[in-house]
Design a protein around this ligand. Structure first.
Ligand code: HDE
Length: 711
């Protein structure tokens, strides 16, 4: 075979194949490496430009100065037109349940392999420097570097989309992005254009519900589901097709922030989600997801009251269960954000033999769009960037182009050629074969008739929410529309809400003085058992991976926290000490703990739960120091955000009198007072630890009445 562009083959049975491949591209500079120009000349001085006399003009001949500034001038590439802000991580995927007989794709049939993986999580609307905690869908773009090529599932944390046809995407994005005249507001849909668009597009009704719900303010990337959204096809050896939807389900459960917390975090820690992912991986608390499939036989395609090709509809799990088939683990942070996150280039068109697309018109447009956008964002040779390279052998006749870095020795870059170089592969030997779909129809601008039903699943979603979640949707809608200034837009949105639920529409209308309440519409009362984050059937509640802020001051009593902290770490949870300053905080008996945060530089919003540790009872000065506004606010705020709040020793009295008067009784023993866990005497700590950890595992104390607490 003629010399071809064949990548060095790496053992694809190994999950770390991607990492080993990327080693070849890492520049290991260290403190001993001399600073040079880009062309290798050692540099004598990089602090003062060459000048004609110490007070004279700077001279042009200083190539180091010119190179330094010029390269800097060109450091940026265009940010993604959507999903500009994101964070990524590497990991591995292991199939545990083979889809034998359904697909020939090895990634879905061979349980012996560990496949390298990569995921980039993102917000959609905001620019690259915007905040993480905004109300927005989240991108969940996953890539499996399979032995048959890269497979990208470019999904979201919401299983449906605003529109049905890709031709509407530029309209949608122009509407939801900041308004064009003043570029306000950043990273959110709380403005006239966004709601105008949604009101004029009934197809967005279902997705609107998801975006108003807590799904759009996830607790972290680790607590999000991912959905492929579209229906794809799996193909068996005979080319027979089964429809499939892909789901990623987090082992830690699907959990969210509350809105007040999300708003505050946008300022207090704009990197909240990015930091959470990075810290969890660095701490060895690797997030995991199950890959699930919903399979629908070809002959059952029309058995539903919605169209499988319509991306504004889910297949309710009540109708078609999700079958989990493999586990994704993210276990390595990137070394270099730019080359490994900014330059990662996903394409929905990257699928592998044994699968194919359905005729979803949204997917068809995406299959064009992603490839196209990478060309303007990165360049036509974007697949050569290490994070984008497959780990399996690859060889193409594609040639040249901007920033081509490989010297290809293949002299016959065409097919066929006299050397029979780069031969094609028959499907029975692994060549990609598309589904032999029978297509016949009139060329027209039409969708199937079921595409015209927009309300059923929006109602299903709202009906399936717990009371708390419905209240959150109402509050979110009130907030969003209060930021719209045109009555026409508010009125149209309320009329749409009224098609979902009358009480919902009424509550929103009542918060907007110029809007009238429409007459009730027709409602079905159906629910899905799987959609609620509070009582959904496939939901998981665990304290694992949760972050607890433990507040201590000089002179705290070590025995009050030692066993409790050890029990939390054993879960494993992340125990973060908060003190008056960063660094060691000494206990009354001489032990120290290390405060990573201070009362001033952190907020309760950073943590899933807070715990206030007391001093020996005789130490009155400790309680004096606890009369600290930040400390008191942390307790009240965590309580208001319905988190587990704990106090031990003399801090129980402090909590009861200074922070939550009327909500907490002081008691010697362990008490759980609607998620406020206290004990003046923790004893061995075992019972306190269990009660506190169980509380954290519940995620939030929804039954707590917080109406009397100011944020
Ligand atoms: Fe995207 N989308 N999208 N999208 N999308 C992009 O591709 C597009 C859609 C999603 O982390 C862009 O590389 C069209 C649905 C994610 O790098 C662009 C349509 C879903 C990411 C693009 C959609 C997504 C993108 C911008 C309508 C969920 C981030 C930069 C047909 C299933 C990927 C880029 C990453 C990014 C186009 C709709 C998810 C412009 C035309 C539906 C997670 O190509």
């Amino acid at each position: 075979m003629a010399a071809a562009v064949v990548e060095k083959v790496i053992n694809t049975t190994m999950g770390d194949a991607k990492q080993r491949q990327m080693e070849g591209y890492r520049l290991e500079e260290n403190s001993k490496t001399p600073l040079t120009t880009y062309f290798g000349a050692k540099v004598e001085n990089t602090d003062i430009a060459l000048r004609a006399g110490s007070r004279g003009p700077t001279v042009l001949e200083d190539f180091h100065n010119r190179e330094k500034i010029s390269h800097f001038d060109h450091e940026r590439i265009p940010e993604r037109v959507v999903h500009a802000r994101g964070a990524g991580a590497f990991g591995e995927f292991k199939l545990h349940t083979a889809l034998t007989g359904i697909t020939t794709a090895k990634i879905l049939t061979d349980t012996s392999k560990i496949t390298p993986a990569y995921v980039r999580f993102s917000t959609v609307n905001g620019s690259r420097g915007s905040a993480d905690s905004v109300r927005d869908p989240r991108g969940f773009a996953s890539r499996l570097y399979t032995e048959e090529g890269n497979w990208d599932i470019v999904g979201n944390n919401i299983p449906v989309f605003f529109i049905q046809d890709a031709i509407k995407f530029p309209d949608l994005v122009h509407a939801v992005k900041p308004e064009p005249h003043n570029e306000i507001p950043q990273a959110q849909t709380a403005h006239d254009n966004a709601w105008d668009f949604m009101s004029l597009h009934p197809q967005s009704t279902h997705m609107q519900q998801w975006v108003l719900s807590d799904r759009a303010i996830p607790r972290s990337f680790r607590h999000m589901q991912g959905f492929g959204v579209h229906t794809f096809r799996l193909l068996d050896a005979d080319g027979k097709s089964t429809f499939v939807k892909f789901h990623w389900t987090p082992h830690l459960g699907t959990h969210s922030l509350v809105w007040d917390e999300a708003l505050k975090l946008a300022g207090q820690d704009p990197d909240f989600h990015r930091r959470d992912l990075y810290d969890a991986i660095e701490a060895g608390s690797y997030p995991k997801w199950e890959l699930g499939v919903q399979l629908v036989k070809e002959e059952d395609e029309h058995n539903f009251d919605f169209d499988l090709l319509d991306s504004t509809k889910i297949i309710p799990e009540d109708l078609v269960p999700v079958k989990n088939i493999g586990t994704l683990t993210l276990n390595r942070n990137p070394d270099d954000y730019f080359t490994e996150v900014e330059e990662v280039a996903f394409c929905t068109s990257h699928i592998v033999p044994g699968m194919d697309f359905s005729s979803d018109p949204l997917l068809a447009g995406r299959n064009f769009s992603y490839f196209d956008t990478q060309i303007s964002r990165i360049g036509v040779n974007f697949p050569d960037i290490p994070v984008n390279k497959p780990v399996c052998p690859f060889a193409t006749n594609l040639s040249d182009g901007h920033m081509q870095t490989q010297s290809k020795k293949n002299r016959t870059r065409y097919h066929p050629n006299r050397h029979d170089a780069l031969p094609v592969t028959a499907p029975q030997h692994g060549g990609f074969r598309p589904y032999a779909e029978v297509v016949n129809g009139i060329k027209e601008r039409m969708h199937g008739p079921k595409f015209n039903e927009f309300i059923n699943q929006a109602q299903l979603f709202y009906n399936s929410m717990s009371e708390t979640e419905q209240q959150h949707i109402i509050s979110a809608a009130q907030f969003e529309l209060s930021k719209c200034f045109e009555t026409q837009v508010q009125q149209a949105a309320v009329e749409r809400f009224n098609m979902i639920n009358h009480e919902f529409a009424k509550a929103v209308a009542e918060s907007l003085t110029s809007v009238t309440v429409p007459a009730p519409a027709k409602y079905h009362n159906q629910k899905s058992a799987f959609l609620s984050q509070v009582n959904g059937k496939s939901q998981t509640f665990t304290a694992e991976g949760r972050k607890v802020g433990v507040y201590v001051m000089e002179g705290f009593e070590y025995s009050q926290i030692a066993a409790i902290s050890a029990a939390m770490q054993a879960v494993p949870m992340m125990v973060k000490y908060v003190g008056p300053g960063t660094g060691p905080v000494k206990s009354s008996s001489g032990e120290t703990v290390t405060a990573e945060f201070t009362f001033e530089n952190s907020r309760s919003t950073y943590f899933d739960a807070v715990l206030f540790v007391g001093s020996p009872a005789s130490d009155q000065s400790y309680l004096k120091s606890a009369k600290n506004g930040r400390l008191i606010h942390a307790a009240r705020e965590a309580f208001m955000h319905q988190k587990t709040v704990g106090a031990t020793g003399n801090m129980v009295g402090w909590l009861a009198t200074m922070c939550l008067p009327g909500d907490v009784q002081v008691s010697q023993d362990v008490q759980d007072q609607t998620g406020v866990v206290t004990a003046v005497n923790v004893g061995s700590g075992a019972q306190f630890a269990k009660t506190f950890i169980d509380g954290v595992a519940k995620h939030r104390v929804w039954e707590r009445d917080v109406s009397h607490i100011a944020a």
